[in-house]
Design a protein around this ligand. Structure first.
Ligand code: FE2
Length: 434
C-alpha cells in the first residue's frame, strides 16, 4: 500500500490526465491510469500539479516588521536600510522567530516550500542569525530554508562585518552574501566581491550577493562578480541578486556582460515587486522601471529566478508569500507577455530557483521527494492569470495545507449561477504555446 495517489492531474510540461503515485515520501510513478491502492486518494479533477514554488531571494529577519518604528516615507532602498538600522538594536530573538514562523505558515499555504533568506550579520550579537538558524530547524519538516550571511551595512564599510560574517558561517549559515554597491567607493565594492568569493571558495560554499541594486548604470559589480567566479572556479555556484543597474546600462556594455555571466555560469534573481517600487525614485518622468533585463538574460542562456525579497518590512508594505503574484508582476514589468514568456515566468518561480538553490530531489519525476502543489488552474499560464488557489500542498507525500476552490456565485437572470474563470480550447495561451 502506498501513501498517496493523486488522480487525473495536468503537469507543467503539458501532459494531462496523469496519475501520481507516492510512497515513502517519494514519487513512485507518474503515468495515466495507475492501478494501485494508497492510504489516501486525491482527485486532481484535471487541475495542474506543479512542483512547489521556490523563492530564491527573501529577508526573513525583517519580514512582518512594517511600521516598526515608522514607515519608509521616501520609498527608497537607502531609507529602508536606515530604518532597519534604527530597528535592529530593539530586535528580540523570540519576536524574530515568531514572525518568521508566521511567514512560513503563509508560505506553506501558498505552496512555497523552499526559501533562500538573507540574514543580516552586521549586528555583532548575531541575534537574527541565531533566530533564523533556530527557525531553519523548526520548519525543516515542511520548508527548506537556506540562509545567506548578508553584511547589510557593507562588508568593508561596517566595522567588524567580516568577522561577524565568518562567525555566522561557522554557526551554520549556508551561503556567502554581499552588498558591493553599498560600500563607500566602487573600488571598495570590487574589493568586497573578491574577499567574499575567496571566503566561499575556501569554505566550499555558494555565493549570493545583492549586486548593483541601484539605477546607476556605472555600477558594474556584476562584472567583478563574474570575473572572480571564473578566476576561483566557482562556476554554477554564484548568484547575482537584483542587478537593477543593468536596466540603465549602455546596450553595448551589456552585450559584453551577458556572455561573461554565461561563461561564469552566474545566475540572476530579479525581485519585481521590490524593484518596480524602489528603483526610479530619483527620476521625474519618464521613470525607469529598474528591474534587470530578464528576457535578455534568459536569451543569453543564464538561469533567472523571480524572488519575493520583502513582505511587510522597511522596504515593502505588501506581499503574502504568493509567488504567483511575484511572477505576475515580473512578467508585466519585463513585458514577457508572449505565451513562451509567461511560461518562462512560471519556471522563474519553480525550476529555475530550485537550480539556483542547488535543491536536490526537486521536481515531478519518479525518485524525487513528493513535494507538490495542486493549483486550481489547468496550466502554468492560467495559474499566473488567476493567481490560482492552492487546492492542496504536499510535502514528502503528506497533504500539509488545503484550501477551498475560488467559488463565486452569480445572481443575474439568464446567466449561470457559478462563475467559470477558465477559457477552454484553442483560445487559451497555453494552447498557443504548445
Ligand atoms: Fe534583498
Amino acid at each position: 500500500m502506498h501513501d498517496l495517489l493523486i488522480r487525473n492531474v495536468s503537469l507543467p510540461d503539458g501532459r494531462s490526465a496523469h496519475d501520481v503515485l507516492i510512497g515513502d515520501g517519494r514519487i513512485v510513478a507518474i503515468q495515466p491510469s495507475i492501478e494501485a491502492t494508497a492510504g489516501r486518494t486525491l482527485d486532481g479533477d484535471g487541475y495542474l500539479l506543479s512542483p512547489p514554488f521556490v523563492d530564491a531571494h527573501f529577508h526573513m529577519d525583517s519580514t512582518l516588521t512594517y511600521g516598526m518604528p515608522r514607515v519608509n516615507e521616501s520609498g527608497t532602498l537607502l531609507e529602508g536600510i536606515a530604518l532597519w538600522g534604527e530597528l535592529k538594536p530593539t530586535l528580540a530573538q523570540d519576536a524574530i522567530v515568531e514572525r518568521a514562523l508566521t511567514y512560513c505558515d503563509w508560505a506553506v499555504a501558498k505552496g512555497l516550500l523552499a526559501i533562500r533568506s538573507h540574514v543580516d550579520v552586521c549586528d555583532s550579537r548575531l541575534l537574527a542569525v541565531e533566530a533564523l538558524l533556530h527557525v531553519r530547524e523548526r520548519v525543516k519538516p515542511y520548508v527548506d530554508l537556506q540562509l545567506v550571511a548578508f553584511p547589510q551595512d557593507g562588508l568593508l564599510r561596517s566595522p567588524g562585518a567580516i568577522a561577524n560574517l565568518r562567525r555566522a558561517l561557522a554557526l551554520g549559515v549556508d551561503v556567502v552574501g554581499g552588498i558591493p554597491h553599498f560600500e563607500r567607493t566602487m573600488a571598495d565594492g570590487a574589493e568586497s566581491v573578491r574577499i567574499l568569493c575567496e571566503i566561499a571558495a575556501d569554505e566550499g560554499l555558494l555565493v549570493d550577493m545583492h549586486c548593483d541594486e541601484t539605477d546607476d548604470p556605472l555600477s558594474r559589480h556584476i562584472e567583478t562578480l563574474a570575473f572572480w567566479t571564473q578566476r576561483l572556479g566557482l562556476h554554477g555556484r554564484v548568484n547575482g541578486s537584483h542587478l537593477t543597474s543593468m536596466h540603465s546600462m549602455d546596450n553595448y556594455y551589456v552585450s559584453k556582460l551577458l556572455p561573461l555571466m554565461r561563461e561564469a555560469q552566474v545566475s540572476a534573481v530579479a525581485n519585481p515587486l521590490i524593484n518596480i517600487t524602489i528603483q526610479g525614485r530619483h527620476d521625474t518622468y519618464p521613470k525607469r522601471r529598474g528591474m534587470t533585463r530578464v528576457p535578455e538574460l534568459l536569451a543569453a542562456g543564464i538561469t533567472v529566478a523571480f524572488g519575493h525579497d520583502c513582505v511587510m518590512d522597511p522596504w515593502y508594505a505588501l506581499g503574502s508569500a504568493d509567488m504567483l503574484e511575484v511572477a505576475s508582476m515580473g512578467l508585466h514589468v519585463a513585458q514577457m507577455t508572449s505565451a513562451d514568456g509567461m511560461r518562462a515566468a512560471f519556471d522563474a518561480i519553480t525550476t529555475n530557483p530550485a537550480r539556483i538553490l542547488h535543491l536536490t530531489d526537486y521536481g515531478l519525476a519518479p525518485g524525487c521527494r513528493a513535494d507538490a502543489v495542486l493549483l486550481e488552474a489547468r496550466d502554468p499560464i492560467e495559474a499566473l492569470r488567476l493567481r490560482a488557489t492552492r487546492l492542496a500542498v504536499i510535502r514528502a507525500g503528506k497533504v500539509i495545507a488545503e484550501a477551498a476552490p475560488a467559488v463565486a456565485t452569480l445572481r443575474v437572470d439568464g446567466r449561470p449561477e457559478r462563475v467559470n474563470w477558465m477559457i477552454a480550447g484553442a483560445n487559451s495561451p497555453a494552447a498557443r504555446a504548445s
